[in-house]
Design a protein around this ligand. Structure first.
Ligand code: PEP
Ligand code: MG
Length: 584
């Protein structure tokens, strides 16, 4: 009898495979009181277990293939950092000593205390970080309990393996991926969990939060649809046929997209569009080329600064920038200067350098922080000026809200340039300087700003947050986060118009630029430079190559004249319906 289950699909793709359960979730722990003379040895036993867990994670990190997306090693690094943290080392030793209890019990007490802190957090992303504590604690517990953390995929070449587990840590996903798993299902997890993000990066179909996953029988055939979150176990012939057809269609679609890699992004009526990639770490550049990126439209350099105690040196920054340039020779590379502050803090925010802001998104972030702290900014500017020798470079400043910030940044660039020249450093090429338009004030004053920069790049993630006064990571007001709000569209349109008037290019690098539903509208509004996650690029290109600009301009005009987001949404839905009907 077939069984249908549903969960949250977090990484798309259809897999028809064989169920394999693995025990990667939490462990049962016994509580023991110790005689006073055993306490010292117990502390040593805990330290040794923590050391073994660290060695295991390091081995997993070292086995990550070169050129893999940066989030893969970043998650392992964050677990390694957690293993070194006093809250998981000294605090547990102290509990063993004070309570005279076994290490497993002390570790569980400490885990419960840490998790309760995360559970009280408002931010949904930070709330899911309790999973990281669990994953790290489970790894130590397994060493203490002598239950090896081995996750065999039991691969059988005749059918792909669908791993079913209570939960999976990022390290488990990497190990399983190296062992050839085809998809996974977990009872726990969320779309924001690191394992879900990894599944998307690695292209492993995955469904999380599946109630009753344990009902799946070891070895039985299962269909998983990572897009809808639908699971069918022991499918009948009908279901098997239906999903094999869908799977074949998807494969053919991917192959068709791959063929577009070297084709230009050009509308049917000959309007050429630039498609660039957003990256966070130099390692991400491999997937950009695979997806036909015409350079980098946003390199978020602050990721080089996160999860470390001291800022990277000028040379380390220069090496990172030039490695991206050398991987995409002669392509335009757009590097954003540090956008630290708000949710992205140096040292994970553990050592606040000043008073804690009540409202970090409106506080000292982005260009404000850089102008305030020249010691932080200057090494980056020096590295950027030196990097310009290697490839055509565009540098853009985040969070510009007025002309003075732009002028101050320019003055700082000039003083750094003079410093380098005085030191005898040869600077053969200059970079182009741009402003990100992500504060409504900048969009409203785009005409004035345009006279002082070489290009604009619209950061819609923040532009929407600030235009509509909603915290972009607050679940409670998520429903108000609407790219189709006419206010947002008008700010974008004003920026595009100012760019045109002053003859400077205008790009977009926020999430809107990679949203297939919105691309026709943005093209109609006049956008010609899109920058998005490399995984979106080929689909965006495919769509652009089917569009006729003359159809899109009236759509954009109607949207800009609409009174509310709902009207824009239905205009756009109608347009997509008609477009589909015409294609059929
Ligand atoms: C944006 O705000 O749209 C943007 C691209 O910057 P970030 O998402 O890094 O704030
Ligand atoms: Mg931004």
């Amino acid at each position: 009898m077939s069984l249908a289950l549903a969960g949250t699909g977090v990484a798309r793709g259809i897999v028809i495979g064989r169920v394999h359960h693995i025990q990667a979730g939490s462990t049962d722990v016994t509580e023991r009181k110790l005689d006073a003379d055993k306490v010292h040895a117990e502390c040593d036993r805990f330290r040794a277990a923590r050391g073994t867990a660290t060695d295991e994670l390091r081995a997993i990190r070292d086995a990550i293939p070169a050129g893999s997306p940066s989030d893969i090693s970043a998650f392992i690094e964050s677990h390694l950092l957690m293993l070194q943290d006093a809250t998981l080392s000294d605090a547990v030793v102290k509990l063993i000593e004070e309570r005279q209890c076994n290490a497993e019990w002390a570790l569980r007490m400490q885990r419960d205390a840490l998790v309760s802190v995360f559970e009280q957090m408002d931010d949904p992303y930070l709330r899911t970080r309790k999973d990281d504590v669990d994953h790290v604690v489970t790894r130590i517990q397994r060493v203490l309990l002598d239950q090896p953390h081995s996750i065999e995929t039991d691969t059988d070449d005749s059918q792909p393996t669908v791993v079913v587990a209570e939960d999976l840590a990022p390290a488990d996903v990497i190990t399983l991926h190296n062992n050839g798993l085809a998809a996974f299902i977990t009872e726990a997890g969320s779309p924001l969990s690191h394992s879900a993000i990894l599944a998307r990066s690695l292209g492993i179909p995955a469904i999380v939060s599946v109630r009753g996953a344990r009902l799946l029988q070891e070895g039985e055939t299962v269909i998983i649809d990572g897009k809808s979150g639908f699971i069918v176990a022991a499918p009948d012939e009908n279901a098997l046929q239906q999903y094999s057809d869908a799977q074949a269609e998807e494969k053919a679609w991917r192959a068709r997209l791959a063929e577009l890699k070297h084709q230009p992004a050009e509308t049917l009526d000959g309007n050429r569009v630039q498609l660039r990639a957003n990256i966070e770490l130099p390692e991400d550049v491999g997937v950009c080329d695979e997806n036909g990126a015409e350079g980098i439209g946003l390199y978020r350099t602050e990721f080089l600064y996160l999860n470390r105690d001291v800022a990277p040196t000028e040379q380390q920054q220069l090496d990172a920038y030039t490695s991206v340039m050398l991987a995409l020779p002669n392509q335009s590379i757009t590097i954003r200067t540090l956008d630290l502050g708000a949710d992205k803090q140096l040292d994970g925010g553990r050592q606040p350098s000043g008073p804690v802001a009540n409202n970090p998104a409106l506080g000292l972030r982005g260009i404000r922080l850089c102008l305030h702290d020249s010691e932080l900014f200057k090494p980056q500017l020096r590295a950027l000026l030196r990097a310009a020798n290697t490839s055509p470079l565009r540098v853009m400043l985040p969070m510009i809200s007025n002309l003075q910030e732009l002028q101050q940044a320019k003055a700082m660039i000039e003083s750094v340039r003079a410093e380098l020249i005085a030191e005898g450093v040869s600077l053969n090429q200059d970079f182009k300087l741009g402003a990100m338009i992500e504060v409504p004030a900048a969009a409203l004053c785009a005409d004035q700003l345009a006279q002082h920069v070489d290009f604009f790049s619209i950061g819609t993630n923040d532009l929407i947050q600030y235009a509509l006064a909603i915290d972009r990571i607050d679940d409670q007001v998520n429903y108000l986060y609407d790219p189709l709000h006419p206010a947002v569209l008008r700010l974008i349109s004003m920026t595009l118009a100012a760019g045109k008037r002053h003859n400077i290019p205008v790009a977009m690098c926020g999430e809107m630029a990679g949203d297939l539903h919105l691309v026709p509208l943005l093209l109609g509004m006049g956008l010609r430079e899109f920058s998005t996650h490399p995984a979106n690029l080929l689909e965006v290109k495919h769509l652009i190559r089917q569009l006729q600009l003359s159809d899109l301009e009236p759509l954009a005009e109607a949207a800009l004249n609409s009174s509310d987001a709902q009207t824009v949404a239905s205009l756009l839905d109608d347009w997509h319906r008609q477009h589909k009907a015409q294609k059929a």
